[in-house]
Design a protein around this ligand. Structure first.
Ligand code: GAR
Length: 193
């Protein structure tokens, strides 16, 4: 089974969907680590309901981004992590982790990239007045929500109802993340170098 670390900064609904998919055998993987940069985030509570190791590391506790990522890398190596799935992790991945996990870091983003990168992509799409937005799963590079696209699904904006639009997007996220990771893992077996 592929060994995945999930990085999250928020509520953790995507973590939970991936965890369910692993338990139900839809995703041939094991989440061996949940890492958050925000110790108070709800993902920590969700993860504590499982027996997955939870690590909360705040970047401000380190002298540099490089030192922060080196500390993360030490933990990833302890757990023999092969893949990193960003699930609402609201930070750029730096050169240290990118070099250690080339084409092995995946992100999910609530828009049809390259539109509406960064924070509150759903709010940005609604404010822009688009009629269709969506979800993208992509490989991570040094940019913000850039990198090769693996999967996209369009989701119509529900006119005048941001809440319904967000719910529709999240429902799609919880399906396409596990499916895309499963395909990726099947076609790229083995451990990272
Ligand atoms: C998800 O919608 C995810 O796509 C988004 O954060 C949310 C986290 O929700 N990620 C980004 O915006 C990345 N730029 P969750 O904590 O419930 O999984």
């Amino acid at each position: 089974k592929a060994r995945i670390a999930v990085f999250a900064s928020g509520s953790g609904s995507n973590f939970e969907a991936l965890e369910n998919a692993c338990r139900e055998g839809e995703l041939d993987a094991e989440i061996v680590l949940v890492m958050t940069d925000k110790p108070a985030s709800f993902v920590v509570e969700r993860a504590r309901l499982t027996d997955i190791r939870v690590v909360a590391l705040e970047p401000k506790a380190f002298p540099s981004k490089q030192a922060y990522e080196e500390a993360l890398l030490g933990i990833l190596r302890e757990e023999d992590v092969e893949w990193i799935a960003l699930a609402g992790y609201m930070r750029l991945i730096g050169p240290t982790l990118l070099a250690a996990y080339p084409s092995r870091i995946v992100n999910i983003h609530p828009s049809l990239l390259p539109s509406f990168t960064g924070k509150d992509a759903i709010g940005q799409a609604i404010a822009h007045g688009v009629k269709v937005t969506g979800v993208t799963v992509h490989l991570v590079d040094a940019g913000m929500d850039t990198g090769p696209i693996l999967a996209q699904v369009a989701v119509p904006v529900v006119e005048g109802d941001a809440e319904k639009t967000a719910q529709a997007i999240q429902r799609i996220e919880h399906v396409i993340y596990k499916e895309t990771l499963q395909k990726l893992i099947l076609t790229n077996g083995g451990v990272h170098s």
